[in-house]
Design a protein around this ligand. Structure first.
Ligand code: SD4
Length: 348
């Protein structure tokens, strides 16, 4: 009882704090994760030129793929265990609820462009791996090597430090000490230590672009693009291409996008959940805080943040406070601002 009352008080306190800090609403609106200002600017320019909300999300996130934002978006970042860079991306239309996504995309740079083609030229939602690359080529995207000198050096440094850190558990040889190939261990320790996510995936190696665009008429689109987690096991797909996890959009309620440890975050569909909170009238900042709190209960030390915007153009963000990650930076552009504006929230 006491715990329940405490939790209620906490929620009320969060709501009051957010109401006090509620950002003024104006449309159109571009919001994206991290201080990726060029992406914001590109999305805004597309809107100003008469492009659609989907165009703005595609070109905005695509800008980060070109710029290799923080090394965590686009080619040449996050080499997997075999040294290859693979990409995840999605795009969602909040009017029709159509989604196009690609995961584990290989040798094609413009992942969100391919995701858009999934919506335009197929009845599917998500294409993966080599087959997604074949689809991309059919759609006119060139095959290119995603490896760069930087990704090669990250990979060889990792090999030189006995492949540490990595994502294996319950295997032999001991994955905390040596490289693979691994086999399953006889004894499986089932309890997962979620607290280690912070060590495996940290603010230093993980910065997906997630974007929400709301047009003047209230049409909402959202999308993501990332090269996932560094040293991931080949075949690993994160939260970014999963609708409701990496991003979500519903023009009748709002849009949201997530960044951080996708292996954990995707279990909670935080973007979907945030939009549902906003549908019920919850302020965007509080909606973001509530989804972070839900994950915190199971994984107190997960690395992650969420951006939220409601259909009227009010927006907010929240992040989970862990050592080395106490504030989250995100970008906003609206008629109230003369240029892309970097905003900061304190993590909770
Ligand atoms: C992933 N969520 O693949 C992505 C990475 C990320 O900030 O968001 N980094 O898990």
């Amino acid at each position: 009882m006491a715990a329940g009352g405490g939790a209620q008080l906490l929620v009320v306190a969060l709501q009051l704090a957010a109401a006090a800090a509620a950002a003024p609403a104006a449309l159109p609106l571009v919001v994206n994760t991290w201080a990726f200002g060029k992406a914001t600017e590109t999305a805004w320019r597309i809107l100003q030129m008469g492009g659609s909300e989907l165009d703005a999300v595609e070109k905005g996130c695509g800008q980060c793929e070109i710029d290799q934002c923080d090394g965590s978006v686009g080619y040449g970042g996050s080499p997997d265990e075999s040294g290859e860079t693979t990409l995840d991306a999605m795009i969602m239309d909040g009017n029709t609820m159509e989604v196009g996504a690609v995961a584990d995309l290989r040798r094609v740079k413009n992942a969100i462009g391919v995701a858009r083609k999934v919506t335009e030229h197929t009845k599917h939602t998500l294409l993966v791996g080599e087959s997604a690359s074949l689809f991309a080529v059919r759609m006119g995207f060139p095959y290119e090597d995603l490896t760069t000198p930087k990704s090669l050096s990250v990979y060889s440094e990792w090999l030189n430090q006995s492949c540490q850190p990595n994502y294996w558990k319950n295997v032999v040889p001991d994955s905390s000490k040596s490289c693979g190939p691994y086999k399953k261990a006889e004894k499986v320790i089932c309890k997962e230590d979620w607290t280690i996510s912070q060590r495996r995936i940290s603010v230093h190696n993980h910065d997906t672009i997630g974007m929400i665009v709301i047009g003047e008429s209230g049409t909402i689109a959202s999308g993501t693009s990332t090269n996932g987690g560094v040293h991931k096991i080949p075949g690993r797909v994160g939260d970014s291409p999963i609708p409701g996890a990496g991003a979500y959009a519903d023009s009748t309620a709002g849009g949201a996008a997530a960044t951080g440890d996708g292996d954990i975050m995707m279990r909670f569909l935080p973007s979907y959940q945030a939009v549902e909170y906003m549908r019920m009238g919850t302020d965007p900042t509080v909606a973001c805080q509530k989804v972070i709190s839900r994950i915190q209960k199971y994984a107190p030390r997960f690395f992650g943040a969420v951006i939220c915007a409601n259909a009227t153009g009010s927006y907010g963000a929240a992040c989970n406070k862990i050592p080395g990650f106490t504030q989250f930076h995100f970008m906003v552009y609206s008629p109230l601002l003369s240029q892309p504006s970097e905003q900061v929230v304190d993590c909770i």
